[in-house]
Design a protein around this ligand. Structure first.
Ligand code: ZN
Ligand code: ZN
Length: 305
């Protein structure tokens, strides 16, 4: 089979991914072989290819948003969470997204930039029939993590929810919020992102400096900026929650406790996803018809929010 193999991380300009002929992998017990129908391309892939995420195994095939077909024709999605140990304190608590020894698809094990991929059978998520291959791919990373952010923020139906920053994840979370009857505000810098938010049915759209018309029940921040987290915090009602959907933040600036956090306001981070998040989100995405805008590049799906 053909696979895009990363042997030595390097600047993308030097083309570190090499298309190789490699044997079709043989699945070990508990694993399944998938014919890759599409694989999403994510910024984390770029971080892996360029070595910003330090290599954890020798050669690796990147790609962690795999839409694959098993031998019997059934379709599965494979996310960044390629497996967990099932035995650590967090797994035993049912918090597998926090597992101490996780397996990451396309990082610690081979991913989907290939004609075939092997996945742990219990981490291959059955894909609802309503989802098209290419459109399902970006749902498996940006979509699922955005959905988890809504859960971490504790969003309830009909609440006022603010999205701060409006990229891949946020634009897939917005239709979920609308389906739940939430009042959605979007604060974002770029005019094109504000237009997209408006098109997708946000109730209020503004720049990061604009004051929101009402205090929020929940806020989700998508920008890697601590200033945005503080802005989100300042927009909350008492008891409201800010969920941070960013792996890294530049810093958290000093802020006033009495006016911003007092009153049982909370700040929470969002780390990885559980299989339940993936299953529930894909089901919902199929029911409400979430259609990400993708650009197909020879079987890969690039999300264009
Ligand atoms: Zn990703
Ligand atoms: Zn674990």
């Amino acid at each position: 089979m053909k696979a895009a193999v990363l042997a030595h991380p390097a600047s993308i300009a030097s083309r570190p991914l090499e298309i190789c002929d490699t044997p079709i992998p043989t699945p070990a017990p508990g694993k399944i072989l998938l014919r890759v129908r599409a694989c999403g391309v994510c910024r984390t892939d770029l971080h892996i290819v360029e070595g910003e995420l330090k290599p954890l195994c020798g050669r690796v095939v990147p790609g962690h948003q795999i839409v694959g077909e098993a031998q019997d024709g059934s379709r599965f999605g494979v996310t960044w969470m390629g497996g967990v140990d099932g035995t650590c304190e967090y797994c035993r608590r049912g918090e597998e997204n926090l597992c101490d020894s996780p397996v990451f698809t396309g990082y610690t094990v081979d991913g989907g930039y290939a004609e075939f991929a092997v996945a742990r059978a219990d981490f291959a998520i059955p894909l609802p029939a309503g989802l098209d291959d290419l459109e399902a791919a970006p749902l498996l990373c940006a979509g699922v993590i955005g959905f988890r952010s809504l859960r971490v923020a504790g969003v309830q139906r009909g609440e006022r929810v603010g999205l701060f920053g409006f990229g891949a994840s946020a634009h897939l979370a917005l239709p979920v919020l609308r389906a739940w009857g939430c009042h959605v505000s979007v604060s974002t810098r770029g005019a094109s992102h504000r237009n997209l938010a408006q098109t997708l049915g946000a109730d209020w759209v503004g720049s990061e400096r604009d004051r929101l018309p009402h205090p929020l029940d929940r806020a989700i921040t998508f920008a890697p900026s601590g200033d945005v987290v503080v802005a989100a915090l300042a927009s909350l009602r008492k008891g409201g929650v800010v969920a941070i959907n960013a792996v890294h933040l530049d810093r958290i600036p000093e802020f006033d406790y009495d006016s911003l956090l007092w009153g049982e306001r909370q700040i929470r981070s969002v780390a990885n996803v559980t299989r339940a998040d993936a299953r529930d989100f894909l089901q919902l995405a199929s029911e409400i018809g979430i259609r990400p805008k993708v650009t197909a590049i020879d079987g890969a799906a690039v999300l264009r929010p």
